[in-house]
Design a binder for this molecule. Structure first.
Ligand code: FAD
Length: 465
């Protein structure tokens, strides 16, 4: 039995951040990875989608070149070349992690980790089944589970496996589909709708809810949907998909629309983007902590499971399925493991604001509460808005579509949220995240000098509104 201070299961953003941070603090760490280093984020999530989002941005700029006085006699797009560029970026970043992990305090085990009991994990060869003998067993007083998540799929009346793609499959296509039906208008569905629309694919989105992007302020979500509609994306909202079948090489998606009528969409490819489920395993039972296939591993506010010394971070605890949330949770847990004598209060911050972004064109981003939430929770607030079309830099960039909504306590008080869409909205929201982490008020924001001309002046304009 090999002994360590800390075992980490999974080398995605949560796991590798936990391992490297713990090693730097002097802990002896073993980290298990059953697939590629970097997890979902690097290999099939954040980074590959943002490579394609950049392709989409370049194409959109080329389409509007004439507005800048540049003659454009047309261009061709080759998905297979965009895919090679994306794969090179992923390889480069994976090599970066490979050089980060070989720390004297870190042992990387390329195997699937399985719990034997609450403090023992066995390493099994990748792709092993329940009868395959294990390679070795490991023990540690502290364990961090960072096993991530997997794509969800709808349970349809007739089995449809093989008739749709998930986000991983779509990123592997070498040939651009003529048409794509996207089931689900959440973050993943909307990013792919924006990207493939720019590539020239005919996009139809079928969404069960009343509006796209339910986590975003509904005002902003609606405006963003309208931008995509203007670009030719068709949305069917309040529509429930009932089946997918194949007919003469095409896929037919059947759904019930908001008036209860049965409708169909024909497309070359179908993307199932109905969310992600925490990745859990049957062997978790051997460790004895509580978990649920739908909601993930149950954790307290310190990300500790119902078994002392076992923590679950990132997508597998189902809290916030974002790479930077996984990294923040990793740091929080390692601080706790490395300093067991610190009081909870010393590790807690009541001002943690976790921002999120949707990399459509234009981008959307948010931090803190939305106006809808403030209304629902009956919290007194002030809402200030500013628009991209009134900002000098946005006009110079020809990026006039967008809005920033700044939410605060009354009398220009503490900022409690910011929701925005428009060029570089994620960067604007990042500034608000920093301000919220320091409990800044709108009145104080008005006194912060912003570089002219920048998009960040839109934030200042919102504060002054
Ligand atoms: P993961 O990254 O999923 O890593 C888990 C790792 O654990 C995997 O490598 C897996 O092989 C390994 N593993 C699992 N079980 C075992 C085991 N038993 N033994 C050994 N290894 C195991 N987030 C953002 O913040 N920004 C974005 O722009 C963004 N875009 C996204 C786009 C798409 C299409 C998708 C699908 C996701 C996106 N995300 C984005 C979400 C982000 O990828 C996840 O939130 C993040 O990867 C979660 O990190 P994690 O460490 O919890 O898990």
């Amino acid at each position: 039995m090999k002994e360590y201070d800390l075992m980490v299961i999974g080398a995605g953003p949560g796991g590798y951040r936990a391992a490297s941070y713990a090693a730097a603090k002097g802990l002896k760490v073993v980290i298990f990875e059953a697939s590629q280093l970097g997890g979902t984020c690097l290999n099939e999530g954040c980074i590959p989608t943002k490579c394609y989002a950049r392709n989409a941005e370049v194409m959109s700029l080329m389409k509007e070149a004439e507005a800048f006085g540049i003659s454009n006699n047309g261009f061709d797009f080759h998905l297979e070349i965009a895919k090679s560029r994306k794969d090179e970026v992923l390889q480069q970043l994976r090599s970066g992690i490979e050089t980060l992990l070989p720390h004297p305090n870190i042992t990387l085990v390329r195997a699937e980790a399985r719990f034997l009991d609450a403090h023992t994990v066995e390493a099994c060869p990748i792709g092993c089944d329940s009868v395959t003998p294990s390679l070795d067993s490991y023990t540690a007083p502290s364990i961090i589970i960072a096993t991530g998540s997997i794509p969800k799929k709808l349970h349809l009346e007739a089995p449809a496996d093989g008739l749709f793609l998930d986000s991983r499959d779509l990123l592997q296509l070498n040939r651009q589909p003529q048409s794509l039906c996207i089931i689900g208008a959440g973050v993943i569905g909307m990013e792919f709708a924006s990207i493939f629309n720019a590539f020239g694919t005919q996009i139809t989105v079928v969404e069960f809810l009343k509006e796209c992007l339910p986590a975003l302020d509904s005002d902003i979500a609606k405006r963003l949907r309208k931008v995509l509609e203007k670009r030719g994306v068709t949305f069917h909202l309040q529509s429930a998909v009932t089946g997918i079948k194949s007919e003469e090489g095409a896929k037919i998606v059947t759904f019930t629309d908001k008036k209860g009528r049965e409708q169909t969409v024909e497309a070359e490819q179908v993307l199932m983007a109905v969310g992600r489920a925490p990745r859990i395993f049957n062997h978790f039972q051997n460790a004895g902590f509580d978990y649920d296939a739908r909601t993930g591993i149950k954790v307290d506010d310190h990300f500790e499971t119902t078994v002392k010394g076992i923590y679950a971070i990132g997508d597998c605890n189902g809290r916030q399925m974002l790479a930077h949330a996984a990294e923040w949770q990793a740091k929080t847990v390692v601080d706790r493991i490395a300093n067991p004598h610190l009081l909870s209060e010393d590790l807690e911050k009541d001002t943690i604001a976790i921002p999120a972004a949707i990399f459509t064109a234009p981008e959307a981003a948010c931090v803190g509460k939305s106006e809808d939430q403030l209304k629902q929770e009956d919290i007194a607030y002030e809402c200030r808005k500013a628009f991209y079309r009134a900002n000098g830099k946005a006009l110079a960039m020809n990026e006039t579509e967008g809005m920033v909504k700044l939410l605060s306590k009354p009398d220009a008080g503490r900022i409690v949220g910011c929701h925005a869409y428009g060029a570089h909205a994620a960067d604007l929201v990042q500034e608000v995240t920093a301000l919220m982490s320091c409990n800044t008020t709108v009145a104080q924001l008005r006194d912060i000098v912003h570089i002219h001309p920048t998009l960040s002046e839109i934030l200042l304009a919102a504060a002054e509104a």
